[in-house]
Design a protein around this ligand. Structure first.
Ligand code: NI
Length: 207
């Protein structure tokens, strides 16, 4: 028996599948390895459990807790200073949104919590947050302190596998903004990539 020649339509299907997979992989890489869907799902299913008390170190090296921001709305973004693309874009949007809401912004405390405490020391964060907004506070801490806050906020973050050990490592992490009320309770979130106008609109709606 001779093997059946491959049916042309099967081959076409295989090629289409390959093309689709390639497009997905390229998209994933372009997103800067940010796991958007994960955080999205968590905020939709577990709103009651997002947040909680934290103890971290600010970019001036002082220990701070959620009580230090009491009375203010917290606009929180989780990321890391080595992030090549998505974090800087998100923080620029955050800064633009704060400027857009004018005087009301004084009731909002923007926070950048690192998912990479090993490299994001207070000194590194001080330099980093200064590029975005003069009121943006960078928060880091021990691995344990950061792990706790990531877990309480349902933020996924994990070191990405590297092909070249000499290259700086990247982290896969959720990209999302959280808006917490003056008592540090979760109010709402803004999805990744929504843009400055969407962040400003959400802030306006809660302030
Ligand atoms: Ni990032």
């Amino acid at each position: 028996m001779t093997p059946k020649p491959e049916h042309p339509s099967n081959r076409r299907k295989a090629l289409l599948t390959l093309a689709a997979v390639t497009v997905l992989v390229v998209l994933f890489v372009m997103m800067g390895r940010h796991w958007i869907g994960v955080a999205e799902q968590q905020t939709q299913t577990g709103t009651a459990t997002i947040g909680g008390p934290f103890e971290l170190v600010n970019h001036e090296g002082e220990t701070v807790t959620e009580a230090d921001f009491a009375g203010k709305y917290m606009l929180i973004y989780f990321g890391y200073s080595y992030c090549p693309d998505v974090c800087p874009t998100s923080l620029a949007d955050m800064a633009q949104a704060l400027d857009a809401i004018g005087g009301k912004a004084s009731r909002v405390q923007p926070l950048f919590i690192t998912v990479d405490p090993e490299r994001d020391t207070p000194e590194v964060l001080a330099d980093y947050v200064g590029h975005f907004h003069d009121r943006l506070v960078g928060l880091t801490g021990t691995t344990r302190q950061v792990k706790k806050v990531l877990s309480d906020y349902g933020v996924f973050a994990q070191r990405a596998p590297v092909s070249d050990e000499s290259e700086p490592y990247l982290l896969d992490h959720a990209s999302i903004f959280y808006i917490m009320g003056p008592e540090a309770r979760f109010i709402t979130h803004v999805s990744h990539g929504a843009g400055a106008e969407a962040i400003a609109a959400k802030l306006e709606s809660v302030l």
